[in-house]
Design a protein around this ligand. Structure first.
Ligand code: GRF
Length: 230
């Protein structure tokens, strides 16, 4: 018997292209998840329009209008918990979250990051990859832990860095990978196949030795033994 759809809350700060990928993924993963709420820390986030166009409930908790991060996070937690979310997705969410917030949702809070973690945690990853003359780049989806971009990585997708790549071109090419791997994780989590276990990840109740690898050529996902898992 398939499990009932899980309630998901998505946190955004900007364009919301990863949110759009999740919205569009519903047709591929029918009944796996409900998008209960889209929350933004910025009223001008374009992703809010994407959510409204998809008929999703939205809420702005305007960080700039609140006295401090505690008030902000208190309102965030209240909104998320009221929606009975099983999974919280940081999709282009640019606010640093406190240990208290992260620990409140440990194991059900994931983030999409535009680098091959643990390389290039933090911001401006594309330019840093070019400056470091890396040959490979990509994106990672990881469980969020108190240390920034340091949580266990669930899946990665790689691209070659090309000689004429600029940060903007790389960003656009990495974004295409992000839009594929985030819905894959969402569906694995909704099916209860992926879980966080202390600092490791289990897939189908077996510890993942390495992040899953997404292959853009055939949309397949393999584990470290190159066994196809999707
Ligand atoms: C993406 O590269 C995401 O990984 C980063 O912000 C960029 C824009 O994301 N955090 P989105 O278009 O707002 O989803």
């Amino acid at each position: 018997m398939t499990s009932p759809p899980i309630n998901v809350v998505v946190l955004i700060s900007g364009s919301g292209s990863n949110l759009q990928a999740i919205i569009d993924a519903r047709q591929h993963y029918p009944a796996a998840f409900n998008l209960g709420l889209v929350l933004s820390d910025r009223p001008q986030a374009r992703g809010l329009q994407r959510a409204s166009d998809a008929g999703l409930p939205t809420r702005v908790i305007d960080f700039e209008k609140l006295a401090n991060r505690e008030n902000f996070e208190c309102l965030l937690i209240e909104a998320i918990d009221r929606s009975d979310a099983k999974l919280i997705i940081l999709a282009g969410f640019m606010r640093i979250l406190s240990n208290n917030f992260v620990n409140h949702y440990l194991g059900r809070l994931i983030n999409i990051h535009p680098s091959l973690l643990p390389k290039f945690r933090g911001l401006h990853t594309h330019q840093r990859v070019l400056d470091a003359k890396c040959k490979k780049h990509g994106a990672s989806v990881h469980f969020v832990t108190p240390d920034l971009d340091a949580g266990p990585v669930i899946i990665q997708g790689q691209i070659d860095v090309l000689t004429d790549d600029t940060a903007a071109i790389l960003a656009a090419r990495v974004l295409k990978i992000e839009h594929k791997i985030l819905p894959i994780v969402l569906n694995l989590y909704a099916q209860d196949r992926v879980k966080m276990l202390q600092q490791t990840i289990t897939l189908d109740n077996k510890v993942l030795e390495q992040p899953l690898q997404y292959n853009p050529d055939d949309n397949s996902v393999v584990d470290n033994k190159l066994t196809i898992v999707i």
